[in-house]
Each structure stands twice: as C-alpha cells, then as structure tokens.
Design a protein around this ligand. Structure first.
Ligand code: HMG
Length: 423
C-alpha cells in the first residue's frame, strides 16, 4: 500500500578525533588568517586520524543514531552510504557498515556516488521506496560519510574536513517531513571538481566550481518553481534555507543568488536590496552554519550537518515551519527541495547528544601534526600497511569503538574494541 508521509525519524553525526584551528593554518601558510575565518567563514577543520576512514566515520554516525534514538536495527530494510571517499572500486563502504552496525541480512545495501550529491541521491531513493509502499513498514538508513582532501598548501586546503551524518527515513517521521509535491533538479557535465582513481586528493577549478554551483542552484530552483499555478511554496514561506556547505561564505553567495532568482533581478552589491539580502542571510541561513564552520567540508554530509544544527536549535516557535534544502554535487548535479520541521523535533534531537560536547571532545592539534596525519592516512590504504601491534591513539579510542588498521592481503582490516564512553 502506498504511503502519503515520508521524512526523518532520527539524525546523528560523527566527526574525526582531531581538529585544527584555521587561523594557525593560515599563519603557517603565510596567509592573513582573516582570509580563512572571514573570507571563507571557516574557523576550524576536522582532521581524521590514520585509523579513521569513511567506513569508521559512517559507523560512528550510525551507532550514535541507533543508540540515541533507540532505533530498532532489525527494522532497517535499506542501507545506503553516500560517499565520494570510497575505499574500493567494487566493494561498497556500506557492506562494512552493514556488518559493523549489526543490521539484518534482509536489507538492501549499497553505496551511491555523485560528488557531494551522493547522499541526497540516497535520500531521494529512500523517499521513493517508502512512498511506493515497497518498504512494507521497514525503514531506510542513509549515511553520508566523507573525508575532503585537496592537499597540503593548495587553495582548497582550508576547505578540507571530514565526518558523517546518519539519517533514518520512514513513513512515520518525527523530526522532518519531506514535501514531495515539487522537486527541482539539474545536471550538466562540467570539470569543476574531480578525483581520478589514481589520486587520494581532489582537483578543483575553485572559482569555476563556485560559478557551477550558483548556476545549478538557479536552474534547480527554476524547475522547482515551474508552473506557479500549482502548489508553490514561496520563498517567504521558508523559515530557513539550507545549502550544501563547502565553506560557510559560499552559503552567503548561494542565498543572495537565490534571492536574485526569486526576484528576477540581480542584487547589486551596495544597493539597499543587497543589504537586505545580507540581513536575510543572517536570519535564515547563518544561524545553522555553526557546525560546518568548525568541521569543514564533509562533501555528501555538509548539507545534513547544517540540518542537524537547525534541528538541535529548533524551538516550538520554529516547529511546523517550512525549510529548503539544496544539494550540489560537482561534475555536476543538484537538487532543491522543501520539508517541514515537525513539532517536538528540537527536544528529540537535544535529548540525544550535544554537538558542542562532541566537537569539544576532539583533540586540537597543530599544523605539523596535521601534516603528519595527512601523510599517514595516505599510506594506510596501501597493501601491507596492516600492523597487528598498531596502537590506536587514546584520542581515537575514547571517541569510538571501531578503528581501521590498514590493509593485509589486499583486504581492509577493522578492529572493534570496548569504549564505554564512546557515542
Ligand atoms: P582562493 O583563490 O584561495 O581564495 O580560493 P579567494 O582569493 O577567492 O578568497 C576567498 C575569499 O576570501 C574572497 O571572498 C576574498 O575576497 C576573501 P569573496 O570575494 O569570494 O567573497 N579574502 C579576504 N577576506 C578577509 N581578509 C582577507 C582576505 N583575503 C581574501 N585578508 C576557493 C578559494 C574556495 C576557490 C578555494 O578554497 C577552493 O578551490 N576550494 C575548493 C573548491 C570549492 O570549495 N568550491 C565550492 C563550490 S563547488 C562545491 O561546493 C562542491 C564540492 O563540495 C565538491 C563536491 O561536490 O564533491 C567542492
């Protein structure tokens, strides 16, 4: 029997065990720190330990979701991991995650990829699966997990980051209900950002990628608006606008661009309309970029980290209101959608865990240690890197109970251990 409702029942995230202050990084690179902190709006970036790959981060987010929302693992009939940090050309990240989360064998399990859009593709598939009635009461777990790597001293370096966000999608949403009457999407083959099979680091035509993002936003929004005679949530009816967040300042560019599209005229810098647009950004977007500004780009997960931020801050005054979500994946494809925050959502998310506690539990490191970890992570993916005597740092073991130990006989090795204070 087809369903009429679909949305989020639970949400949780995970971040690596280390963080780096971007002002320190700027100083080490001989750059004015204000370029990173104001120009890009980025304050810190998450730095993964060598033992934290996209599997480990996805498992962390999944475990936190199952535990803190008391979710029944046997009710999950679909597991999708959206990532562009795959660990194998054939075996998906989701197979390891399925095992390490102890999910039922009666479960469809796969990985989705299209740059930062990968997890949104999973959310759309899960939505259709639930609405079609083919879920038969089961739920979908979609996990976005990524490690953004551009390389040491590259222009992309201050926009790196890592983490994972897990989303439980069902016909009985309690946090957010998706509005499925309208969608807006867009695709075009462009070389704005890519990562060839032989490279662990992404390549980007940075300034061009910003133009591609803004064009895809405008075109997705145009499709979303479509025939205005049908149901059309106006921009004014949206209380918060969430965007894929490669760095927080990009959201200001995105929001001003969206306002220009909605008005049909460009907001000219310095004009009263532009200043109103900036004030609107401060009201409807900026409050939900706090986590992104301390974690960095998590590719597939960035948009959903902003969603977590919004839900954790939501009060009864905001509940019931409409929000928009825009996903952009370089290459490129994009999607614009709306959803409603449900009553009691804020309280439900806040009783789980506090994002502040999680971010503050990270160990702050300096630039030299970050560079050492960056190079160590690169070496861990090679065959023969497995060392059974490897000591997993305490900074990692107190945050999680799964670690990546390297590759042996071309097979990835994961260690599970007890960590009572994790999750
Ligand atoms: P850059 O060339 O080093 O920086 O690269 P810039 O010169 O453009 O400066 C950045 C901003 O800082 C500018 O602000 C400057 O004015 C300002 P804007 O004019 O743009 O508003 N600035 C200062 N502000 C205060 N005090 C100062 C100062 N100096 C300069 N002293 C770039 C920046 C983002 C291009 C680079 O970091 C990069 O290539 N990043 C990676 C690509 C990227 O993030 N693209 C975003 C859109 S594509 C996307 O989102 C998809 C993606 O997530 C991948 C996927 O889909 O998988 C990337």
């Amino acid at each position: 029997m087809s369903q009429s409702r679909v949305g989020l029942e639970a949400i949780a995230f995970d971040v690596p065990s280390y963080s780096l202050d971007l002002a320190e990084l700027a100083q080490a690179r001989g750059i004015d720190p204000l370029k990173y902190t104001r120009g890009l709006g980025q304050l810190e970036m998450a730095v993964p330990a060598a033992e934290e790959d996209s599997v480990v981060l996805a498992v962390g987010a999944g475990k936190r979701l199952l535990k803190q929302f008391n979710a029944d693992a046997s009710s999950i009939g679909l597991l999708i991991v959206g990532t562009e940090t795959s660990v194998d050309q054939s075996k998906p990240v989701s197979s390891y995650v399925h095992q390490l989360l102890g999910l039922s064998p009666e479960c469809r399990v796969y990985e989705t990829k299209h740059a930062c859009y990968g997890a949104m593709a999973g959310v759309q598939t899960a939505t259709d699966w639930v609405l079609s009635g083919r879920a038969h009461g089961k739920k979908a777990l979609v996990i976005a997990s990524d490690i953004a790597r551009y390389g040491i001293a590259t222009p992309g370096e201050p926009t790196q980051g890592a983490g994972a966000v897990a989303l439980l999608i069902s016909s009985e949403p309690t946090l957010v209900e998706f509005e499925t009457e309208r969608q807006g999407y867009y695709a075009e083959q462009v070389m704005d950002f890519w990562r060839p099979n032989y490279s662990k680091e992404a390549f980007a035509d940075g300034h061009f990628s910003i133009q591609c993002y803004l064009k895809a936003l405008a075109r997705s929004f145009e499709m979303f608006v479509g025939d205005r005679s049908r149901f059309m949530p106006t921009l004014d009816s949206i209380s918060a606008c969430l965007y894929h967040a490669p760095f927080p300042k990009m959201m200001q560019k995105a929001h001003l661009s969206l306002l220009s599209c909605a008005r049909g005229t460009e907001l000219e810098q310095g004009s009263p309309a532009y200043e109103q647009g900036v004030a609107d950004f401060q009201r409807r977007v900026a409050p939900f970029l706090e986590l992104n500004s301390r974690v960095g780009n998590i590719y597939t997960a960035s948009l959903f980290l902003a969603l977590f931020d919004l839900l954790e801050k939501s009060t009864s005054a905001q509940e019931g209101s409409r929000i928009s979500l825009f996903s952009y994946g370089s290459g490129c494809t994009a999607e614009f959608m709306t959803a409603r925050v449900l009553s009691g959502a804020g309280e439900r998310v806040r009783t789980g865990f506090s994002s502040k506690t999680l971010l503050e539990a990270r160990t702050r490191i300096g630039v030299q240690e970050y560079e050492e970890l960056f190079n160590a992570s690169g070496r861990m993916d090679r065959d023969g890197s497995f060392n059974p005597d490897r000591k997993v740092p305490e900074a990692v073991t107190r945050q999680r109970d799964v670690a990546f130990l390297g590759v042996k006989d071309h097979q990835r090795q994961y260690l599970t251990y007890s960590s009572p204070q994790a999750y």
